[in-house]
Design a binder for this molecule. Structure first.
Ligand code: DSN
Length: 422
């Protein structure tokens, strides 16, 4: 289970079958180019905390007010995570117990809305997120969801349309953020509209919270009533969630999360979040966040030079969304061909996509994980060339095999974390 391939671990002898699957994943992460925009490589310290004895502890409640005894160390670690989250993001209150970004959003819905009330969010088809009220999601069935989208010409959020819908529909909650929007968001504009129509404004910064933490892009915190996030994407912590808010929302949101949505917090993951926030407070993390964006921009420019079209023409963040309609390939086929070539991305709908969600006309490509490996602009240019070659000839096993071996030569030069010994 060691992160270094081939290093023996306790799991190898305790449960060889499970160990084989873990080892396979270690090798996969090492030997391929991980470019799923929502993935990253957590540090050893984060993984050690996540694998710590806190996994044994029940601690329902909040620090100083638990339902079970024996919670002193749990209080200590949760307070540490809270204080670090507040310092990192400059917010009045932080809830660090959400198990994931989706439960963080559920808790906000539960705190702010009564069933049937109206939510205005970015459509999933235009880069939003399932948990913001897609029809197949619980939120889409318990609340009345209306969506804003992107402008067809610029492929940027259509702020005028968003404001018009808000005035017509009078939502109780307005949400921005999503999973496939590569551009900066005008949070002040959203707040202005929310104030005008009497709505609560939630920013879901799951994708870009690490860039905010590293001060590489503007923060939604001063403009939002509530901010939700995952902690494992650009933020590079354990797989989990957080909710940041103004003081007025502290009690309702805490109560909505526990006992409203969740039971016992995952204290081992709370511990790992404390460690990750500590890492993100260091100057080296700011450097990392800036490099993530530089890498995405160089990757995007190189893809464009190779003839590929990017949704909105480029990126301000950690991801690019590639429109494949000019080539005879679907998002699904392109992502599968790239996987054969050792490059992991995901198929993704592009705005106004005519293909189904399971097929799509695009791929989403992100740089957070490869930047953690220490890869920079030169590697991005090389990788863009490989991606373009595979996408233009997705049926060629020969192209895939050749690139796969080049990928393995490249990945052999980089540990998963440039700042840790191999
Ligand atoms: N699955 C995440 C992503 O890839 O963006 C969102 O939940």
């Amino acid at each position: 289970m060691s992160i270094t391939p081939g290093t023996p671990s306790l799991l190898d002898s305790a449960d060889p079958e499970a160990a084989r699957a873990v080892d396979e994943e270690v090798r996969r992460q090492h030997d391929t180019l991980e470019m799923i925009a929502s993935e990253n490589f957590a540090s050893r310290a984060v993984r050690e905390a996540a694998g710590s004895v806190f996994t044994n502890k029940y601690a329902e409640g909040y620090p100083g007010k638990r339902y079970y005894n024996g919670c002193e160390p749990s209080d200590k670690i949760e307070r540490l995570a809270i204080e670090r989250a507040k310092e990192l993001f400059g917010c009045a209150h932080a809830n660090v117990q959400a198990h994931s970004g989706s439960t963080a959003n559920q808790a906000v819905f539960f705190a702010v809305l009564k069933p049937g009330e109206t939510v205005l969010s970015l459509s999933l088809a235009h880069g939003g997120h399932l948990s913001h009220g897609h029809r197949v999601n619980m939120a889409g069935q318990y609340y009345r969801i209306v969506n804003y989208g992107l402008s067809k010409d610029s492929e940027l959020i259509d702020y005028d349309e968003m404001a018009r819908i808000a005035r017509e529909e009078k939502p109780r909650l307005i949400i921005t953020g999503g999973s496939a929007y590569p551009r900066l968001i005008d949070f002040a504009k959203f707040r202005e509209v929310a104030e005008e129509v009497g709505a609560v404004f939630l920013t879901d910064m799951a994708h870009f919270s690490g860039l905010v933490a590293g001060k590489a892009i503007p923060s939604p915190v001063p403009h939002s009533h509530i901010v939700s996030s995952t902690t494992h994407k650009t933020l590079r912590g354990p797989r989990s969630g957080i909710i940041l808010m103004d003081e007025e929302w502290a009690k309702p949101v805490d109560k909505a999360l526990f006992p409203g949505i969740q039971g016992g917090p995952h204290m081992h993951i709370v511990a790992a979040k404390a460690v990750a926030f500590g890492e993100a407070l260091r100057p080296s993390f700011a450097e990392y966040a800036k490099q993530v964006i530089r890498n995405a921009q160089v990757l995007g420019e190189a893809l464009v030079e190779q003839g590929l079209r990017l949704v909105s023409g480029g990126t301000d963040t950690h991801l690019v969304l590639v429109d494949l309609t000019r080539y005879d390939v679907t998002g699904k086929d392109a992502a599968n061909a790239l996987e054969e070539a050792g490059i992991t991305v995901n198929k993704n709908a592009i705005p106004f996509d005519t293909r189904k969600e399971w097929i799509t006309s695009g791929i989403r490509i992100g740089t957070p994980a490869l930047t953690s490996r220490g890869m920079k602009e030169d590697e991005m240019r090389t990788i863009a060339g490989w991606i373009a070659e595979v996408v233009k000839d997705p049926a060629s096993g020969e192209v895939q095999r050749r690139i796969r071996s080049q990928v393995e030569e490249m990945t052999a030069q980089y540990p998963l974390r440039a700042d840790e010994p191999a």
